[in-house]
Design a protein around this ligand. Sequence first.
Ligand SMILES: C[S@@+](CC[C@H](N)C(=O)[O-])C[C@H]1O[C@@H](n2cnc3c(N)ncnc32)[C@H](O)[C@@H]1O
Ligand SMILES: [Zn+2]
Length: 164
Amino acid sequence: MPALRFLAVQRVRNGLGIVALKSFSSGALICEIDGDIVTSDEVWSFWKTDPRKAANCFRYDADRYLSPQNKIGAFANHSCNPNVRVVKHTGRLFFKALKPIAASTEIAHDYSTLLGADDSWIMRCNCGEVPCRKKIRSFHELPTAILRRYLAIKAIPDFILATR
Ligand SMILES: C[S@@+](CC[C@H](N)C(=O)[O-])C[C@H]1O[C@@H](n2cnc3c(N)ncnc32)[C@H](O)[C@@H]1O
Ligand SMILES: [Zn+2]
């Protein structure tokens, strides 16, 4: 797996984001999404004390999340035309390329693929892609064609599908 030296946190369209410093081929593992595993109760408490920290959490399983703190995952933006998906392997989360990624391209995943049917978080999207879904919600509210495509390419982890 490439080291974090092949990625940079830079100013992009939506604040800070992760930018590839080299090209990656389709299917390449980009990096581990490192952080602390926290309970859903802890995430609820973050919403009261530090909403940004809560919004940055990645779903990890039925009732736990990964809080990336200030590590690379804290800078992962959403795109309605994502170039990476999140995969879970031996209890660890990784970004994996969905397509070839050129150097200097922002690395972005589709947040809906990690929002379970029991997650109520909604984000107003400004990804600039055509088409952009505008409101980003749980995977089970994805337009049928997108959901079908994501299922075909295994872009939605099993622990998210299991929330339905
Ligand atoms: C994990 S952080 C990503 C880093 C963030 N851009 C920053 O500057 O700190 C997630 C937050 O970035 C913003 N964001 C990410 N993708 C976005 C998008 N497509 N449209 C609008 N805001 C986005 C939202 O505020 C979201 O809660
Ligand atoms: Zn969008």
